[in-house]
Design a protein around this ligand. Structure first.
Ligand SMILES: [Zn+2]
Length: 82
């Protein structure tokens, strides 16, 4: 089992250090869930390294925090009707 007490400081997706604990397992010590307040990525400590480790996170899914304000909304927000 993955050690749920690992101290996570870096977001796997955007590499910022804007990470905090979102919640923890009902049974203490089983898992910890983290969230990044920069890109809103969240993950559980027991997920594979490809989802939890910045070095192993797939490069094609990485996000540059500087690009977040210009990223398209999906699905597109329709224009106002009037
Ligand atoms: Zn992030």
């Amino acid at each position: 089992m993955t050690d749920a007490t690992v101290n996570v400081t870096t977001c796997p997706r955007c590499d910022t250090e804007n990470v905090r604990i979102l919640t923890t397992s009902p049974v203490p010590g089983r898992w910890t869930m983290y969230i990044c307040d920069t890109c809103i990525y969240s993950w559980r400590s027991t997920e594979p390294r490809s989802a939890t480790d910045p070095q192993s996170y797939p490069a094609e899914f990485k996000i540059d925090p500087a690009e977040i304000p210009s990223l398209p909304a999906i699905p597109t927000v329709p224009p106002r009707r009037r």
